[in-house]
Design a protein around this ligand. Structure first.
Ligand code: MN
Ligand code: MN
Length: 391
């Protein structure tokens, strides 16, 4: 470690696999990590927002992320954008609103572990609720997206001739005297009333949207639960509106391993919620790199590049895997090897035949801890029907 500069030494200590890489690492591999703690924070009265996009993490071409905080009552201004918006509630409570192209309304209160999805172009708002507002993660299906260049209702109206606004609504021009001259983005406000009252005030003859724009991800039964951890997958098969985003929420116990695997259909964008872990990405051509992750970090793995995530901390490691796809898919090393003639694999790797025969043929996703009974783990580790088939 660098003993002359304690701050540099502390940074190196947070990245032990960069400072002293595993002997299996080799060659130049593009960085696949960036932290929200390094991102510029846009602070407003009522909250803040910071983003990690392709401008910060050049390989993250398919997904950009935003971390936002809204105080109690504070509003993320009514707006829309070309990218689809996916979100995960980290803490607290929020009210979200949207309207679709047929005039059907949507409004719901969301809490920790809930997700939402607003399709491209659907206008929406977010408001912090009691008791202490909320913090959430937004992900967009475009790495070049910027949360600071969205279409805001105040910004649009202030850039439209007042005589046109008057004609559009059939009212005098003076009606628009008080419209803000500058965008609001995030602003302080009173906490709204009851959800049912707001819904009644907003709904029209077209009714509500047929498929909810929100989904209770953490309330979902895990697809995988074993001694190594648990995984919940939500894509368009369960959360119907989520046509361009799929998520796997992973909680790894201390020592747990998200098994060696890759994703055949999409790049993976990761957000680390809590704990510590490390990941090695193998890029072919004899090249591999290991990087360390902790809460607030973003990771990115291009489509089909193999990787694992290991919990290196003393407690749980919780992270999100996001994909720009309506369909979650992965292929694991164990699944591949267990579905080949053992003799064929043995000729490549010179592994004992008993070891090859012992690899489960079911998908496990998180490796069971070796201290536990493997038979029990295998039964509980199967990916539930519904998420196990490819879509
Ligand atoms: Mn938005
Ligand atoms: Mn993965």
């Amino acid at each position: 470690m660098n003993n002359e500069d304690p701050a540099a030494a502390r940074r190196s200590a947070k990245n032990p696999d960069s400072w002293i890489p595993p002997r299996s690492d080799a060659g130049d591999v593009d960085s696949f990590k960036y932290s929200f703690t390094q991102a510029h924070n846009r602070i407003s009265e009522g909250g803040w927002a910071r983003q990690v996009t392709v401008r910060d993490l050049p390989i993250s071409k398919t997904i950009a992320g935003v971390n936002m905080r809204l105080d109690k009552g504070a509003i993320r201004e009514l707006h829309w954008h070309a990218a689809a918006e996916w979100a995960y509630m980290l803490t607290g409570n929020a009210r979200i609103t949207a309207v679709d192209s047929q005039g059907r309304s949507f409004m719901n209160d969301v809490g920790m572990g809930d997700i939402w999805y607003f399709p491209s172009g659907i206008p929406h708002s977010i408001q912090g609720l009691e008791p202490d507002g909320c913090e959430f993660l937004l992900a967009f299906d475009d790495g070049a997206f910027s949360e600071f260049d969205t279409f805001l209702i105040s910004d649009w109206m202030s850039h439209t001739p007042r005589e046109v606004l008057a004609k559009n609504f059939g009212v005098p021009e003076s009606t628009f005297d008080a419209v803000p001259k500058h965008e609001l983005f995030i602003f302080a406000a009173q906490v709204p009333g009851a959800l049912e009252e707001d819904r009644e005030a907003a709904i029209g003859p077209q009714g509500m949207v047929p498929d909810s724009f929100s989904y209770r991800l953490l309330a979902q039964k895990p697809d995988v639960r074993n001694t190594g951890g648990e995984v919940r997958i939500a894509d368009s098969r369960r959360f119907n509106v989520s046509a361009t985003m799929a998520v796997a929420h992973v909680a790894l116990r201390a020592g747990g391993l998200r098994e060696l695997h890759w994703h055949p259909n999409a790049d993976e964008w990761q957000y680390y919620v809590r704990g510590k872990g490390r990941m090695t990405v193998f890029t072919g051509g004899g090249k591999a790199r290991t990087m360390d992750f902790q809460a607030g970090d973003v990771g990115y793995i291009p489509q089909s590049l193999p990787h694992y995530v290991e919990n290196t901390g003393g407690g749980d490691l919780e992270f999100l895997e996001l994909f720009k796809s309506g369909c979650y898919q992965d292929i694991s090393l164990a699944l591949w090897m267990s579905h080949l003639p053992p003799g064929l694999v043995q000729k490549h790797l010179h592994l004992p035949p008993e070891m090859l025969k012992g690899i489960p043929k079911e998908k496990v996703v998180t490796r069971p801890l070796w201290s536990a009974s493997r038979d029990t783990d295998r039964g509980q580790g199967r990916l539930a029907q519904g998420a196990a088939h490819a879509c």
